[in-house]
Design a protein around this ligand. Structure first.
Ligand SMILES: O=P(O)(O)OC[C@H]1O[C@H](O[C@H]2O[C@H](CO)[C@@H](O)[C@H](O)[C@H]2O)[C@H](O)[C@@H](O)[C@@H]1O
Length: 375
């Protein structure tokens, strides 16, 4: 297909039979405003000594900070910007009990970003594996709560990293949503003795950018060709979007790379550029992002118009902000930003790194059985 033959779509056309967008929204007046939540946290006794120690361990950056509450006088701590940010976006581990209290009587639904959230950031995107312990933690959580992985990666790629068949996956920044495994009967005609595909095959629920598939394939090849002379540059085809990585490119060459990408993109007015962590991302100009994927999945799970749901979204990237924003707008659930440094965010809580995400998931999975009677 040539560039000119591409038919742009203004509004995403979902595959799912049950889908309508935007989902009807019921008024929700029960959402605990974050300032109120902070007050509640203080009153709930989360400032017991152990909690504070946990909090300090979980929230303190590893590098020494001159004005840190760890190093300054206990009488008059000097509060710097980082401390202020942590106060405004407290560690979800420290505030675990309070978060559980907020979710009381509601159904928790988990949304997990992949890179930088479930797996640490590494130089080679093809080797961004998650640990076995993390896999176990995600699996355990998914046994109690509906769980979705929401990633900029292609769905197949992220599925091959996560390898848990019981989850929902929203790859390509939410533009490729698949649900749990189809039963063996349905599968027979769809696979040809390929055990891997058989085991992990998923039902496609929503592909709003399917018309863009040929153009994305085309630009992916062009970008690979155009950037091959730049040492360290890597083009990753994520099915409905493309990533151009510059993590391993000498900073002096970043300008050249950007120029190359820009010149290619100029030929494709129906595609747009966004930025992630040392990555340029090319994607269709449709109004669809991780926030839309979150809403779609809530609707698929029967919570489009419900006050009974408590979505928890954990992510580290700018693209995750779209999902955090949706939660703010819906006044439901919480967003948790994974970051070691203060960042402008729509998330209410923070975690410092994937190991803390794992810890939170483990706590959540263990907490559920104890609280079964209360929730
Ligand atoms: O939405 P995500 O699951 O966070 O995916 C976003 C991008 O993640 C990957 O790139 C990032 O992680 C790589 C591996 O740690 C790292 O090398 C790269 O610098 C990061 O930007 C993935 O490769 C991209 O395709 C995703 O768009």
């Amino acid at each position: 297909m040539t560039k000119n033959a591409v038919v742009p779509i203004e509004i995403p056309v979902p595959v799912s039979q049950h889908y309508s967008y935007p989902p009807p929204r019921g008024g929700n007046t029960n959402y605990p405003n974050y300032k109120k939540l902070l007050n509640q946290i203080e009153l709930n006794g989360a400032n017991k000594l152990n909690s504070w120690l946990d909090c300090m361990r979980a929230s303190s950056p590893t590098q020494t900070r001159k004005n840190s509450i760890l190093t300054s006088s206990p009488v008059m701590p000097l509060i710097d910007e980082t401390d202020k940010w942590i106060e405004e976006h407290p560690s979800a581990l420290c505030k675990f009990e309070d978060i559980m209290a907020m979710s009381k009587g509601k159904k928790i639904v988990m949304f997990l970003d992949y890179d930088g959230t479930l797996s640490p950031i590494v130089d080679d995107p093809d080797r961004a594996y998650m640990s076995e312990a993390m896999r176990e933690a995600v699996k355990d959580v998914a046994m109690h709560f509906p769980t979705a992985i929401v990633s900029g990666r292609g769905t197949d790629k992220v599925l091959s990293f996560v390898r848990l068949k019981e989850l929902y996956y929203a790859g390509s920044h939410g533009m490729d949503i698949v649900g749990p495994t189809i039963g063996p009967k349905n599968m027979k005609s769809k696979v040809h003795n390929c055990l891997f595909i058989y085991f992990y095959a998923k039902e496609v629920l929503c592909q709003p950018a399917s018309d863009f598939l040929p153009i994305i394939e085309e630009i992916s090849k062009t970008l690979t060709e155009k950037t091959k002379m730049i040492p360290g540059a890597k083009v990753e085809d994520n099915k409905f979007c493309v990533s151009v990585h510059y993590r391993c490119v000498d900073e002096k060459k970043w300008g050249t790379l950007a120029e190359q990408v820009k010149s290619v993109l100029n030929e494709y007015p129906k595609l747009q550029l966004t930025q992630g962590r040392k990555v340029l991302e090319i994607r269709p100009t449709i109004k669809w992002n991780k926030g839309n994927a979150l809403e779609f999945l809530l609707e698929t799970l029967g919570y489009a118009d419900s006050n009974e749901v408590f979505p928890v979204y954990i992510g580290d990237d700018r693209t995750d902000e779209d999902a955090f924003k949706v939660l703010c707008e819906r006044q439901q659930g919480i967003g948790i930003l994974v970051s070691k440094v203060p960042k402008e965010t729509n998330a209410c809580f923070s975690l410092r790194e994937p190991t803390e995400v794992k810890e939170l998931l483990q706590k959540l999975a263990q907490w559920k059985p104890l609280a079964t009677n209360e929730h």
